[in-house]
Write a protein that binds this ligand. Structure first.
Ligand code: K1U
Ligand code: ZN
Length: 190
């Protein structure tokens, strides 16, 4: 197992739509093992593969409380098949938007179909934190972040804050990176 780096807003890869898993092979099983290690170390209660830079439809969750035994769950190619009209409000966080929490309203109950690590199909009914978390993670697979569910004013504030931090730390990524500027072509020295 290995710890992987978690992508941080405004990394453009967080906006990709992830591809379905075609075969649960050794590479997929290694990805899942690494995702659990990364999620527990963060610490977090959920993780989508794209958060470690892999655009595959894989989600890990563990909703066990502090003193309970671990309850690792993996969802491959998860799909919401039914959502309640009733909404539930939960204060959400995101490992890709560290230290920012905001209330989000989502369907209070959902049904989700998915494959387990052996490729067997399942359907689960989720409510409470499970419903919130699986919707948050499936959003990640579609390039959607929880800040897309809050007011534009709050979203713009947090987006600007993280863009500024990325600029200061030099971690801003562009989709097509500029080629390095050689000393010969540089017109002035900063
Ligand atoms: O997808 C992610 O970024 C993970 C995220 C999942 C999530 C949390 C809350 C509501 C919806 C989705 C996190 O795990 S944020 C960290 C967190 O909530 C937490 C961390 C340690 C203990 C308990 C909670
Ligand atoms: Zn998240």
């Amino acid at each position: 197992m290995a710890l992987r780096d978690i992508l941080i807003l405004p990394d453009p890869r967080l906006r990709l739509v992830s591809d379905p898993v075609k075969a649960i092979d050794a590479e997929t099983r290694k990805l899942i093992a690494d995702m659990f290690e990364t999620m527990y170390a963060a610490p977090g209660i959920g993780l989508a593969a794209i958060q470690v830079g892999v655009p595959k439809r894989v989600v890990t969750l563990d909703l066990a409380k502090k003193d309970e035994p671990l309850q690792p769950q993996v969802f491959i190619n998860p799909e919401i098949t039914w959502s309640s009209d009733e909404k539930g409000v939960y204060e959400e966080g995101c490992l890709s938007i560290p230290e920012y929490y905001e209330e989000v309203a989502r369907p209070a109950r959902v049904k989700v179909k998915f494959l387990d690590i052996d490729g067997r199909p399942h359907e689960a009914e989720a409510d409470g934190l499970f419903a919130t978390c699986i919707q948050h993670e499936i959003d990640h697979l579609n390039g959607v972040l929880f800040i897309d569910h809050i007011s534009k004013l709050k979203r713009d504030m947090v987006t600007k804050k993280f863009a500024k931090a990325a600029k200061l730390t030099g971690t801003t990524k562009s989709v097509a990176p500029h080629p390095p500027v050689s000393d010969k072509t540089r017109t002035h020295t900063v």
